[in-house]
Design a protein around this ligand. Structure first.
Ligand SMILES: [Fe+2]
Ligand SMILES: [Fe+2]
Length: 165
Protein backbone atom coordinates (compact mmCIF):
# COMPACT_ATOMS: atom_id res chain seq x y z
CA UNK A 1 0.00 0.00 0.00
CA UNK A 2 1.24 3.44 -0.90
CA UNK A 3 1.89 5.98 1.80
CA UNK A 4 -0.61 8.87 1.41
CA UNK A 5 2.01 11.61 1.17
CA UNK A 6 3.85 9.63 -1.50
CA UNK A 7 0.60 8.87 -3.34
CA UNK A 8 -0.15 12.59 -3.47
CA UNK A 9 3.39 13.40 -4.69
CA UNK A 10 3.17 10.73 -7.42
CA UNK A 11 -0.18 12.16 -8.55
CA UNK A 12 1.48 15.59 -8.68
CA UNK A 13 4.24 14.13 -10.83
CA UNK A 14 1.68 12.64 -13.26
CA UNK A 15 0.44 16.19 -13.67
CA UNK A 16 3.98 17.52 -14.17
CA UNK A 17 4.68 14.97 -16.91
CA UNK A 18 1.35 15.72 -18.62
CA UNK A 19 2.07 19.43 -18.37
CA UNK A 20 5.45 18.81 -20.03
CA UNK A 21 3.60 17.02 -22.84
CA UNK A 22 1.26 20.01 -23.12
CA UNK A 23 4.19 22.44 -23.20
CA UNK A 24 6.01 20.45 -25.93
CA UNK A 25 2.80 20.33 -27.94
CA UNK A 26 2.56 24.10 -27.69
CA UNK A 27 6.21 24.41 -28.75
CA UNK A 28 5.49 22.12 -31.69
CA UNK A 29 2.71 24.46 -32.83
CA UNK A 30 5.07 27.43 -32.58
CA UNK A 31 7.59 25.70 -34.85
CA UNK A 32 4.91 24.75 -37.39
CA UNK A 33 3.86 28.40 -37.51
CA UNK A 34 7.52 29.29 -38.14
CA UNK A 35 7.76 26.74 -40.99
CA UNK A 36 10.27 24.66 -39.05
CA UNK A 37 8.62 21.27 -39.49
CA UNK A 38 11.66 19.30 -38.30
CA UNK A 39 11.64 21.08 -34.94
CA UNK A 40 7.84 20.70 -34.83
CA UNK A 41 8.20 16.97 -35.42
CA UNK A 42 10.88 16.68 -32.74
CA UNK A 43 8.61 18.45 -30.25
CA UNK A 44 5.77 16.07 -31.10
CA UNK A 45 8.07 13.15 -30.29
CA UNK A 46 8.94 14.83 -27.00
CA UNK A 47 5.25 15.13 -26.27
CA UNK A 48 4.77 11.40 -26.82
CA UNK A 49 7.67 10.67 -24.53
CA UNK A 50 6.18 12.79 -21.73
CA UNK A 51 2.82 11.04 -22.08
CA UNK A 52 4.69 7.74 -21.68
CA UNK A 53 6.36 9.11 -18.51
CA UNK A 54 2.97 10.09 -17.09
CA UNK A 55 1.55 6.65 -17.89
CA UNK A 56 4.49 4.89 -16.24
CA UNK A 57 3.62 6.62 -12.95
CA UNK A 58 -0.14 6.26 -13.56
CA UNK A 59 0.23 2.48 -13.91
CA UNK A 60 2.61 2.24 -10.98
CA UNK A 61 0.24 4.05 -8.58
CA UNK A 62 -2.56 1.66 -9.53
CA UNK A 63 -0.33 -1.42 -9.30
CA UNK A 64 0.46 -0.32 -5.76
CA UNK A 65 -3.22 -0.05 -4.93
CA UNK A 66 -3.01 3.73 -4.81
CA UNK A 67 -5.65 6.16 -6.04
CA UNK A 68 -5.28 8.27 -9.16
CA UNK A 69 -6.34 11.87 -8.68
CA UNK A 70 -5.81 13.76 -11.93
CA UNK A 71 -5.32 17.50 -11.71
CA UNK A 72 -5.94 20.52 -13.92
CA UNK A 73 -3.17 21.52 -16.30
CA UNK A 74 -1.96 25.11 -16.53
CA UNK A 75 -2.00 26.90 -19.85
CA UNK A 76 1.39 26.38 -21.49
CA UNK A 77 3.37 29.26 -22.99
CA UNK A 78 2.38 29.58 -26.65
CA UNK A 79 4.42 32.47 -27.99
CA UNK A 80 8.20 32.52 -28.12
CA UNK A 81 10.80 35.01 -29.27
CA UNK A 82 12.90 32.59 -31.29
CA UNK A 83 13.77 28.91 -31.72
CA UNK A 84 16.58 29.46 -29.21
CA UNK A 85 14.11 30.90 -26.68
CA UNK A 86 11.95 27.77 -27.12
CA UNK A 87 14.84 25.41 -26.44
CA UNK A 88 15.97 27.47 -23.47
CA UNK A 89 12.45 27.23 -22.06
CA UNK A 90 12.47 23.46 -22.72
CA UNK A 91 15.82 23.08 -20.93
CA UNK A 92 14.58 25.20 -18.01
CA UNK A 93 11.50 23.03 -17.74
CA UNK A 94 13.52 19.80 -17.78
CA UNK A 95 15.74 21.18 -15.00
CA UNK A 96 12.62 21.83 -12.92
CA UNK A 97 11.37 18.31 -13.59
CA UNK A 98 14.73 16.90 -12.47
CA UNK A 99 14.41 18.85 -9.24
CA UNK A 100 10.93 17.41 -8.65
CA UNK A 101 12.06 13.85 -9.40
CA UNK A 102 14.87 14.29 -6.88
CA UNK A 103 12.44 15.56 -4.23
CA UNK A 104 10.14 12.64 -4.95
CA UNK A 105 13.07 10.26 -4.54
CA UNK A 106 13.89 11.82 -1.17
CA UNK A 107 10.29 11.28 -0.10
CA UNK A 108 10.42 7.62 -1.19
CA UNK A 109 13.60 7.20 0.86
CA UNK A 110 11.98 8.89 3.87
CA UNK A 111 9.06 6.44 3.71
CA UNK A 112 11.37 3.48 3.01
CA UNK A 113 9.33 2.76 -0.12
CA UNK A 114 11.68 0.62 -2.20
CA UNK A 115 9.43 -0.03 -5.23
CA UNK A 116 8.95 3.74 -5.66
CA UNK A 117 12.70 4.25 -5.38
CA UNK A 118 13.22 1.68 -8.15
CA UNK A 119 10.64 3.40 -10.34
CA UNK A 120 12.28 6.76 -9.72
CA UNK A 121 15.76 5.47 -10.53
CA UNK A 122 14.55 5.09 -14.10
CA UNK A 123 13.40 8.71 -14.04
CA UNK A 124 16.67 9.95 -12.54
CA UNK A 125 18.57 8.37 -15.45
CA UNK A 126 16.02 9.62 -17.96
CA UNK A 127 16.38 13.20 -16.72
CA UNK A 128 20.15 13.15 -17.31
CA UNK A 129 19.38 12.26 -20.93
CA UNK A 130 16.58 14.83 -21.24
CA UNK A 131 18.72 17.67 -19.92
CA UNK A 132 21.68 16.68 -22.09
CA UNK A 133 19.55 16.60 -25.25
CA UNK A 134 17.91 19.97 -24.53
CA UNK A 135 21.29 21.50 -23.65
CA UNK A 136 22.79 20.23 -26.89
CA UNK A 137 20.00 21.85 -28.92
CA UNK A 138 20.41 25.12 -27.02
CA UNK A 139 24.14 25.07 -27.82
CA UNK A 140 23.54 24.19 -31.48
CA UNK A 141 21.00 27.00 -31.85
CA UNK A 142 23.53 29.41 -30.35
CA UNK A 143 26.02 28.28 -33.00
CA UNK A 144 23.37 28.75 -35.70
CA UNK A 145 22.82 32.35 -34.59
CA UNK A 146 20.98 34.19 -37.36
CA UNK A 147 22.24 31.95 -40.16
CA UNK A 148 19.00 30.67 -41.73
CA UNK A 149 20.76 28.08 -43.90
CA UNK A 150 22.23 26.50 -40.75
CA UNK A 151 18.82 26.67 -39.05
CA UNK A 152 17.19 24.84 -41.98
CA UNK A 153 19.92 22.20 -41.88
CA UNK A 154 19.29 21.58 -38.19
CA UNK A 155 15.56 21.49 -38.93
CA UNK A 156 16.10 18.72 -41.50
CA UNK A 157 18.18 16.77 -39.02
CA UNK A 158 15.51 16.95 -36.30
CA UNK A 159 12.83 15.97 -38.78
CA UNK A 160 14.18 12.43 -39.07
CA UNK A 161 13.79 11.54 -35.39
CA UNK A 162 11.79 8.32 -35.39
CA UNK A 163 11.30 7.30 -31.78
CA UNK A 164 10.10 9.10 -28.72
CA UNK A 165 13.17 8.17 -26.69
FE1 LIG B 1 9.26 13.46 -18.34
FE1 LIG C 1 11.14 15.44 -20.37
Amino acid sequence: MLNKELEKALNDQIKNELYAAYLYLSMSAYFTAENLEGFAHWMRMQREEEIAHAMKIFDFVQDRDGRIDLQALDKPQSDFESPLAVMEAALGHEQKVTQRINELYELAVKHKDYPTQTLLQWFVTEQVEEEATAKQLVDQLKLVGDNSAALLMLDRELGVRTTAE
